[in-house]
Write a protein that binds this ligand. Sequence first.
Ligand code: AMP
Ligand code: MG
Length: 469
Amino acid sequence: MSFPFDNSYARLGTGFSVRQAPVPVSAPHLIALNRPLAAELGLTLGSDDQMAQVFSGNALPEGAQPIAQAYAGHQFGGFSPQLGDGRAVLLGEVVDIKGRRRDIQLKGSGPTPFSRNGDGRAWLGPVLREYLVSEAMHAMGIPTTRALAAVSTGDAVYRQQGALPGAVLTRVAASHLRVGTFQFFAARQNLAALRQIYEYARDRHYPQAQTPGDLLRSIIQRQAALVAEWLGIGFIHGVMNTDNTSLAGETIDYGPCAFMDVWHPQTVYSSIDRHGRYAYDNQANVIVWNMAQLASALVPLMDDQDSAIDEFTQAINAMPAMIEAEWLRVFGAKIGLSAPTDEDRSLIDDLLALMQTAGVDFTNTFRNLPQSPADLAKAAGFEKWNVRWQARLSHEEDWRARMEAVNPAFIPRNHRVEEAIKAGVDGDFAPFRRLLDVLSRPYIDQPEAADLALPPQPHEVVRETFCGT
Ligand code: AMP
Ligand code: MG
């Protein structure tokens, strides 16, 4: 096997990461391999056994320089000056066939100097969940890290539930630079390192940025669009800490994430999110807060800090309106509108209010809206709304196709993901593979997979997700 590594992050030198080889596992077995992604990355693959060795960390491909990256972060609002890769190592970077630099990281690869009290491992459940959800997000057209491979390790991992099968996920990202990466150096008042990581991030992701302010505004723009995309598909990240907020604007860290079934804007799944900090509709507020933390970390780079604070404050204050605009674009398209205006907002809001009263499934309601889905149609006020909508649509062309291209028929429904994990723990990966395959075509009706489009039966509803990853 050979990977065309070119490891720019490792070249930054000490202080940004520590050398850390993956810790070998007992009996690696390849569960899943993303061949199209491997081809895009320009990797030469080997036999299943060789791949199990490499993607478990037992064997290193030539040119790999495994490191654990340093970062800090605000977790649920409280600052931790030192987090870092506690259960992951970056094998290295490749420049893919389209010329994009991509990180290849093993997650669940054993303890590192940043592990604190953790075991450095992952169990099969979160590995399968991240594989399914990140690939589904990609297929839906939402910026995200990708899943390249999953292996089982043959070792047990101990969590609250008891002994569980261990696994390793190979994750591919535009980079693993996070808001928390800047915070790490800002918190240490290490200006030289902060400047170095700023220049690195700028050159890698925003080469057109001339100043830290430009960089901040570019990241704000990407994050505003990203969160609006999440809202559009009912995605709840669950742990939007600043260490889980990518500078490249990708969705990263699929821990207790979930998809809303019935429309309710305050939905929370994560068992540790007691106050709903990361509830569905609070994500738009939290991302602004996270960007304010990024701004704070950039201030020391500026010669005139008072005027920098004014400039950055303006950028942060402009973000809510930017998210609003992205939201209107996303939800406008969901009801077929090509250029939604502020006046269209009430049409969308009124639909969502009807959906909330009727307690209907978020995903299927939008997918089936042109057919007036029965559970929504019985809501008082739907007919009136529908007349307004039809009148508005009479000014649109191709609205059906527009709706079909943004309203998925298939999302990784929580109960289906749980079902795939349960079967996987029992050694049966057929449900995982079937779900993965169907989710690779989310906007195409697939009658043979109609069961995977159904909302959960009452006894199947997932009400809580866990961070015990
Ligand atoms: P997360 O909530 O997954 O973003 O992780 C937050 C921090 O905890 C990161 O520094 C992780 O590396 C670390 N961490 C999470 N799980 C483990 C584990 N099992 N062993 C060591 N470190 C962990
Ligand atoms: Mg994380």
